[in-house]
Design a protein around this ligand. Structure first.
Ligand code: B12
Ligand code: SF4
Length: 508
């Protein structure tokens, strides 16, 4: 171990909303450490660029000034190459330990050890306290659960720690400017979320489902036998929201970023009563229609629920869950759509395209199904992105449908194409489908017209025509969304930069 002091830097790569690293920051401060939270560049949709040399120098200068004895880096798989080169740079100039954490480190701990000193697997709050204490006291890492490190040329992989069972005991995130830095072209001493219009909150951790493309398929294996899907109490959540609203004055809506917002009836009753009394702002949730319960949705709507984001993803082989291990029924999706319409909720459907397993007829069936859903709704179209360690990644590799170079980390596809945009190069068939699917969410287009487009051989042959038609229809819709967001006070320059420039216009 190298330098022994209380100063720790936590670096979040391209993620200012990173709730995991904010939680570790709060826990370490609560335990007496001087933590400094550095947001290294911000995330923009479909247009991620590598850091410039000056930005790397700014980071190194900051680490030097802060005189830290431990650095933690948090990142998701697409940012592996950036994490590698930054760590190399840091290790060239400093002699402190660099810990990597987050979903990629959890999924591929041994590979990560080629670059960093210590890997944290799974939830990092308790692990980081023990690690930081060991570093401060110059002790060995032996006995610390949930880590992976090298000892005398062999890799030590300690036992997994159980997931935190009482989430209420975790301190709230700190949105003040104290000990926060934001590096994007220059280094500013501030929390980049100070002017945010939307507050992200997690009311739970984990998910009861196990979709094959999702990080949960990794976590379920790692935490096997433990209570992985955990709920916070309504009181703790509402207290956090009130606390954060006291610091972030421009917030206009709350986004519950839980994997799926599923809670028992008594929980929903308590939450709705408290939320209505103490917060009252509009909120959004992500939802799996397998948990559909009209009464719960009605209560949430009365408490301020405005928008529900629902994963359809695919409609092929639904019964067997072949494609994504999601056993949804079309009836459930339709039931949900009708209930949402009755309750006047905004709806977003998630769909994954560009799947090498899907057949053309399945994709046509998807369009035909979407056409039958009540409007209005928005679509979030995703281009299938393969993340390491997921069940789907292992299957596609085994079946030879992809190679290692296609797995995020090696690949950086999500730098350019995570949500679908028309500008990304794809096969004629995929482009045609993306265009027709995008038309289904345009309320101003009659269903009959979309069916004509779907069946027209002429348009299939003249792809440019349908592409420009789809782009024009999409621009009209984006413009309406833009105006609505301005009226609701949800639009900011930051939001516009994240999603808005023409090159990245998304299909909605
Ligand atoms: C909110 C969210 C976002 C937000 C904010 C993300 C951010 N980093 O700022 C937005 C919308 C911006 C976003 C964007 C993207 N996201 Co996102 N996002 C999430 C979501 C839903 C919640 C994240 C969260 O807060 N989790 C709860 C906290 C407590 O868990 P955690 O983050 O894993 O952190 C814990 C541990 O990992 C560990 N840990 C984390 N960092 C560190 C660091 C150290 C030093 C240590 C010791 C420990 C440690 O301790 C933490 C506390 O226990 C997750 C799914 C999920 N539930 O995790 C997806 C998820 C992280 N996103 C994902 C993806 C793919 C993306 C994008 C690439 C997509 C895109 N559109 O381009 C971008 C990349 C952004 C980025 N910088 O990485 C994937 C990542 C998969 C992977 N293997 O990389 C996830 C897992 C979803 C999935 N379907 O699988 N995302
Ligand atoms: S329901 Fe959503 S969060 Fe849960 S496993 Fe499936 S994709 Fe992941």
């Amino acid at each position: 171990m190298s330098r022994l002091n209380n100063n720790i830097a936590l670096v979040s790569l391209y993620g200012v909303e990173n709730m995991g690293i904010r939680s570790i920051d709060s826990v370490l401060s609560q335990n007496g450490f001087n933590t400094h939270l550095i947001f290294f560049k911000k995330w923009v949709n479909n247009d991620i660029r590598y850091p410039r040399e000056e930005e790397v120098s700014l980071l190194k200068a900051l680490l030097h000034d802060l005189d830290v004895s431990l650095v933690g880096i948090s990142f998701t798989s697409p940012f592996l190459k950036i994490a590698r080169s930054l760590t190399e740079e840091i290790k060239r100039d400093f002699d402190f330990n660099v810990v990597w954490g987050g979903i990629h480190a959890t999924a591929s701990p041994k590979d990560c050890l080629d670059y960093c000193d210590i890997v944290c697997r799974g939830e990092g709050e308790e692990t980081m306290i023990e690690l930081a204490n060991a570093v401060k006291e110059g002790r060995s890492l032996e006995g610390i659960k949930g880590i992976c490190y090298r000892k005398e040329n062999r890799i030590v992989m300690s036992d997994m720690r159980k997931p935190i069972c009482d989430l209420d005991k975790l301190p709230f995130p700190d949105y003040t400017n104290k000990r926060k830095y934001f590096i994007e072209e220059r280094c500013e001493h501030k929390d980049p979320l100070r002017n945010a219009r939307e507050l992200r909150v997690l009311a739970s951790r984990g998910c009861p489902f196990n979709c094959s493309y999702c990080y949960n398929s990794i976590m379920k294996k790692i935490y096997k036998g433990s209570n992985y899907h955990r709920l916070r109490s309504p009181h703790s959540i509402v207290s956090e929201v009130k606390h954060s609203l006291g610091l972030l004055e421009k917030i206009k809506k709350i986004k519950f970023d839980d994997d799926t917002f599923i809670f028992p009836k008594e929980w929903i009753d308590k939450f709705c009563a408290l939320y209505t009394k103490d917060v009252g702002l509009p909120f959004e949730i992500l939802f799996n229609v397998q948990c559909l319960d009209k009464e719960n949705l009605r209560k949430l709507r009365d408490a301020g629920l405005k928008k529900v984001q629902v994963g359809i993803q695919t409609i092929s082989h639904l019964e067997s869950g072949r494609d994504y291990n999601r056993k949804l029924s079309l009836e459930k999706i339709r039931d949900f759509a009708l209930i949402a319409k009755e309750l006047n909720l905004d709806v977003v459907y998630d769909i994954i395209l560009d799947n090498p397993q899907s057949e053309f007829k399945d994709k046509i069936a998807l369009v035909e199904f979407l056409i039958t859903l009540p409007k209005p709704f928005d679509l979030f179209l995703y281009s299938l992105t393969v993340f390491p360690g997921t069940e789907m990644c292992e299957r596609l590799l085994r079946d030879g449908l992809i190679g290692q170079k296609d797995v995020e980390g090696e690949a950086t596809k999500s730098f350019h194409q995570f949500r679908l945009s028309f500008s990304y190069p794809r096969s004629k068939e995929e482009l045609y489908l993306a265009c027709v699917i995008s038309l289904t969410s345009k309320s101003f287009l009659p269903r009959r017209l979309i069916l004509i487009v779907l069946r027209s051989r002429f348009l299939k042959k003249h792809l440019l025509l349908i592409k420009w038609f789809a782009i024009a229809a999409n621009q009209v819709k984006l413009f309406c969304i833009f105006i609505k967001m301005i009226i609701n006070g949800e639009m900011s320059l930051w939001k516009f930069q994240e999603y808005g420039t023409p090159k990245r216009f998304l299909i909605q």
